[in-house]
Design a protein. Structure first.
Length: 279
């Protein structure tokens, strides 16, 4: 081997070594960059998948239920349809219970949860919430000809409640002497009011508004017996991009009046409380 050949081989070996060093030096940096990258927002996942997965309680009419053909229907379902249409994707409704609303978000089984979900600090430790889309309180369902307009008209009268519920205590806490009569189900309590066996039933005002829509002989008192509950969409904690998009969606359907129209469609009356708290 002559000197020229030896020099060429040395240069080739040096170049190869430099390439190996460069690769070895770059690879950890790239891996660190990928490992430290922010997780993809649910917004991008939904758009890429082409399907929006909405968790909803499909056993709580009129928010969510199955129609006679077995298809999801209700107030929440109509809102989900409007959201999917706005995003240009298909809609998949995932039947959800109160107990698995948060786990389904945390394990990515759904992209968002509706399901009459009340915002509070305890839940905010585990998930995020959008702005509210509907507000609820406790009110009373009475017969239209009863003359009862508020809890203060209930002295000496009977309130129907569901067994295990403490709803009747809300009236007692006002210092009003009432008789509490318990029933096995909401429907049994409503029937007691219809038949005159009880003077009123106390429950979530949105649920009662739906019952009054089904039976025009009934009406709902215009009062808030407990602090207002602000129901919102639940999202996975930390996904600000998705939360911001959903808040913009809610802003637009509220500003256009579409949300109020859907509420009236399902509950038979205009929304009773403003979406923004009155401080």
């Amino acid at each position: 081997m002559n000197a020229t050949t030896s020099l060429k081989l040395s240069a080739t070996a040096l170049a190869s070594a430099l390439v190996l060093l460069a690769v070895a030096g770059c690879t950890p940096t790239e891996e660190k960059k990928e490992a430290g990258a922010a997780p993809q927002s649910a917004l991008q996942s939904v758009l890429q998948r082409g399907t929006l997965r909405v968790g909803d309680c499909l056993s709580f009419a009129p928010f969510g239920f199955y129609d006679k053909d077995g298809n999801p229907d209700g107030y929440d379902v109509d809102l989900a349809k409007a959201l999917a249409k706005e995003m240009g994707v298909k809609l998949e409704m995932v039947n959800t219970t109160s107990a698995n609303r948060i786990p389904n978000l945390q394990t990515n089984k759904v992209d968002v949860v509706f399901c009459n979900f009340t915002r509070n600090l305890e839940r905010a430790k585990e998930i995020g919430f959008t702005n509210p889309y509907v507000v609820a309180s406790e009110a009373m369902l009475v017969r239209k000809n009863s003359g009862i307009q508020s809890a203060h008209d209930m002295a000496g009268k009977t309130i129907a409640t569901v067994k295990g519920s403490t709803n009747g205590d809300e009236v007692r806490n006002l210092g009003i002497d009432v008789k509490i009569q318990e029933y096995d189900s909401s429907q049994a309590a409503i029937l007691a009011v219809k038949q005159g066996q009880a003077d009123a039933m106390i429950e979530d005002n949105n649920f009662l508004a739906y019952q009054a829509k089904l039976d025009p002989s009934l009406t709902v008192t215009n009062e808030a017996l407990v602090p207002l509950e602000y129901n919102a969409f639940g999202v996975k904690q930390g996904d600000q991009v998705w939360t911001s998009y959903l808040n913009e969606f809610l802003f637009e359907i509220n500003a256009s009046g579409q949300n109020a129209q859907l509420y009236e469609k399902w509950f038979g009356s205009k929304p009773r409380y403003p979406l923004n708290p009155q401080y």
